[in-house]
Design a protein around this ligand. Structure first.
Ligand code: TGC
Ligand code: FAD
Length: 394
């Protein structure tokens, strides 16, 4: 008998999570859960296996229910709370980190940069189409030799008359080869600036990174900008210095604090079901004390992660969220989610490595999530600096 028919407690009900959500937040969660169950989950294992996420089709579905740029206001965006956005990320990542990544990059990196740093004209011409999912955006900060240290970027933008000329390459860029517009960060005479680059501009090329063993249901690309000529108004006027790029990262990292727990929850639920049905030595493996210790430990890790995420959400909605608290959330929740996925894998035994179950896929994805948007080491150093006053980055 499946565990869900008899068990009185789920990882969420154990922590009475529903009592912490208002009606609107529960409604958002249900809407995203329904969308994920009908449009994404039935296909995602196949997308992952064949590394072929249909970005445009999925983006239109997400846009249709208002999930793109959902915490931004105006320009066709839903204007929901940060907490609601976080809960949406959690439900999306319960399907696959790659789908949450699509939403993070479109919403928190591309759209947020345009919303926060763009001119009125830039906002009006890009945001409504990005919100609808008919236009895809990407965010080019990382380079092959400048990952954790984006200040070391080599991409340059220099003036040529009133135009800008951009040269350089960006690496590991989510959605890069399907994007219509790239937010590209480049070094100028006046420091690092952000530019809106229509990907149809001559000199722009993008190729998809092959052979990934993680985030396979996500398009990851290299961008090449070879003498890309842009008009004067391609620069984001409000984006001055690396701090602006890092400001956008705050938004995406916040979504990951929630999102990673979705992958953990999906692993945990699959594992509870499996452990109830799988018998060895004449009894369900769920009845062994060692298995129960694992399940209890994982439920506690998951529940405390959700409580931390909700605290960050409430703090952000109240206007008080600091980058340090985001680092604490990302460090803890991704690390714990990865630990949960790996432990779930052990409970499933050999079946744990099979694509018939979601566990190994989530575990593999979480390896990327641990690295992107600031590695766990970088977030530890952010916290170390906050606690000691001593920067230890270099
Ligand atoms: P540092 O000198 O400390 O700071 C430079 C300027 O930035 C300001 N700042 C921030 N502003 C807003 N939010 C933050 N979190 C900020 N952190 C720093 C800072 O005040 C300063 O401003 P100003 O006015 O004084 O100039 O910079 P640093 O070069 O020493 O670097 C600090 C460090 C290492 C923490 C930073 O470089 C960093 O976070 N590195 C990690 C890079 C990273 O996370 N890359 C992510 C790329 S995008 C991605 O991965 C997408 S994955 C797809 C998906 O999301 O799903
Ligand atoms: P490195 O910076 O080379 O780090 C390697 C190791 O050294 C890590 O363990 C790191 O923690 C450690 N290290 C580095 N510096 C220090 C230090 N000072 N002290 C201690 N340890 C240190 N980037 C974008 O701009 N846009 C995207 O859309 C995007 N999407 C991505 C999608 C995927 C699937 C992946 C995997 C990455 C993506 N990235 C993107 C890039 C991502 O942000 C970088 O991979 C990340 O910032 C780390 O950079 P790196 O890979 O160059 O590693």
């Amino acid at each position: 008998m499946p565990r869900s028919a008899t068990a009185p407690v789920t990882p969420d009900s154990l922590f009475a999570i529903d009592t912490l959500l208002d009606e609107e937040e529960r409604a958002v969660r249900e809407t995203v859960r329904r969308l994920v169950d009908t449009v994404i989950k039935p296909h995602v294992a196949d997308w992952y296996e064949h590394a072929n996420l249909p970005v445009r089709d999925v983006a239109v579905e997400l846009g249709r229910v208002g999930l793109l740029g959902m915490s931004l206001t105006g320009y066709g965006c839903a204007g929901m709370s940060a907490t609601a956005y976080g809960l949406a990320c959690l439900e999306l990542e319960a399907a696959d980190s790659g789908v949450r990544s699509l939403v993070s990059v479109q919403s928190s990196l591309a759209m947020h940069s345009i919303h926060a740093y763009g001119s009125d004209e830039q906002r009006a011409s890009w945001l409504p189409q990005l919100a609808a999912g008919v236009v895809i955006g990407c965010f080019g900060l990382t380079e092959a030799d400048a990952g954790s240290n984006p200040a070391g970027m080599r991409t340059t933008a220099r003036r040529d008359g009133s135009d800008w000329l951009i040269d350089g390459t960006k690496m590991w860029i989510t959605n890069g080869s399907v994007a219509d517009v790239a937010v590209v960060w480049a070094r100028t005479e006046d420091g690092i600036r952000g530019f809106l680059v229509p990907t149809s501009t001559p000199g722009f090329a993008a190729s998809t990174v092959k052979g990934k063993l993680s985030l396979r249901a996500s398009v990851t690309s290299e961008l090449v900008l070879d003498g890309v000529r842009l008009p004067a108004d391609a620069v984001l006027p409000g984006a001055q210095g690396l701090g602006s790029a890092l400001g956008a990262l705050n938004e995406a990292r916040f979504g990951i604090v929630f999102g990673a727990l979705g992958a953990a929850r999906d692993c945990l639920l699959a594992t509870l079901d499996y452990a109830a049905g799988r018998e060895q030595f004449g009894r369900p493996i769920a009845g062994f004390q060692l298995t129960q210790a694992k399940l209890a430990g994982m439920a506690v890790r998951y529940g405390t992660g959700v409580l931390l995420a909700l605290h960050l959400g409430r703090t952000k909605d109240a206007g008080g969220l600091t980058p340090q608290l985001i680092s604490a959330g990302k460090l803890n929740n991704v690390r714990e989610s990865l630990a949960i996925a790996r432990t779930c894998r052990t409970v499933l035994g050999a079946n744990g490595i099979s694509g018939e179950y979601p566990v190994m896929r989530h575990a593999n994805n979480l390896e990327s999530v641990l690295t992107y948007e600031g590695t766990s080491e970088i977030h530890a150093l952010v916290l170390g600096q906050a606690l000691t006053g001593l920067p230890a980055f270099s």
